[in-house]
Design a binder for this molecule. Structure first.
Ligand code: SF4
Length: 284
């Protein structure tokens, strides 16, 4: 882990994120969830690995984390400039890292950014994470009222699959429990099944219907920003086959889950891929 002073902190969105957000906010670069551990490779599907940050970082993706230590100060300045221009501000935190890295325990840079955002509220904020450390900012997120949503990534209901594909991520039950705590506190929760991994569709849908306000399902094909080419480049086909899940590496394997979710939650709370971004709650 190293500290740097960034030049800017809000990045204007492009691509699919531009449908729902004006800016992304990444208080870290690099991501320790992607590291190689004794249990296996974390997030092997992470397409940031194939981005310039992943390809030209100081070490292999997952092995480094940079703290943008001046992020809160930059954020305050940049929010002020945007507000003076009278533009809407809809922020996605974060697009190329997880904002609740283990480093957050000491760096607290995401927490400090959220404190700035509470003082200068954007029109809408989505905090996306797979980390249980987000629990620490629940009182802060409550202060955004209806301008915030927690988006929790959870790719499967199967613990055996979670351990094989995402061994650095918290257990399924722990993430569902976390979702329940945020909802009970009045913070809306989206679960992002992104990318969908092998699962039991009926059981997963039942769990999600009980735990989330809305669900977005995405795949290794439509969700990698390159029609599946990045997932191929990351060796996902071979990984699925090696682990005995070859039949799951398909453009249709998410359909039973989508159907089961829609039966339980209704069409208006279940989204596929980019629909999830352009259907976000409107600003009140
Ligand atoms: S948490 Fe997100 S950014 Fe980090 S390695 Fe996993 S998929 Fe990539």
């Amino acid at each position: 882990m190293r500290n740097v002073n960034a030049k800017s902190i809000l990045t204007a969105t492009s691509g699919f994120l531009a449908d729902g957000f004006t800016h992304t906010l990444n208080p870290y670069s690099g991501c320790a969830f992607g590291q190689q551990t004794a249990l296996g490779q974390g997030c092997p599907f992470c397409y940031v690995r194939r981005s310039p940050a992943g390809l030209f970082g100081p070490a292999p993706w997952g092995e480094w984390v940079t703290v943008k230590q001046n992020a809160p100060e930059l954020l305050e300045q940049e929010l002020g400039r945007l507000r003076r221009r009278g533009k809407p501000i809809r922020i996605f935190m974060s697009s190329s890292t997880d904002p609740f890295q283990a480093a957050e325990r000491t760096a607290q840079v995401s927490r400090r950014c959220l404190e700035v955002l509470v003082a200068h509220p954007p029109d809408f904020l989505v905090v996306q994470t797979r980390s249980l450390l987000v629990r620490q900012v629940l009182p802060l997120l409550r202060q955004f009222g209806d301008r915030v949503m927690l988006s929790l990534t959870l790719e499967t209901d199967r613990e055996d699959v979670r351990r094989l594909f995402t061994p650095t991520s918290p257990p399924v039950a722990a993430r569902l429990k976390l979702a329940g705590e945020f909802r009970a506190a009045g913070v809306p929760v989206q679960v992002a099944v992104s990318p969908v991994l092998p699962h039991d569709a009926e059981r997963f849908a039942t769990m999600l219907a009980a735990s989330a306000d809305r669900v977005v399902v995405d795949t290794l094909f439509d969700g990698d920003g390159a029609g599946g080419a990045r997932s191929e480049g990351l060796g996902m086909r071979g990984m699925f086959e090696r682990l005995g899940f070859g039949a799951w590496y398909s453009r249709e394997s998410h359909l039973p889950l989508l159907e089961a979710l829609r039966q339980r939650m209704g069409e208006e709370r279940v989204f596929y891929s980019c629909e999830g971004f352009n259907s976000l709650p409107s600003v009140k």
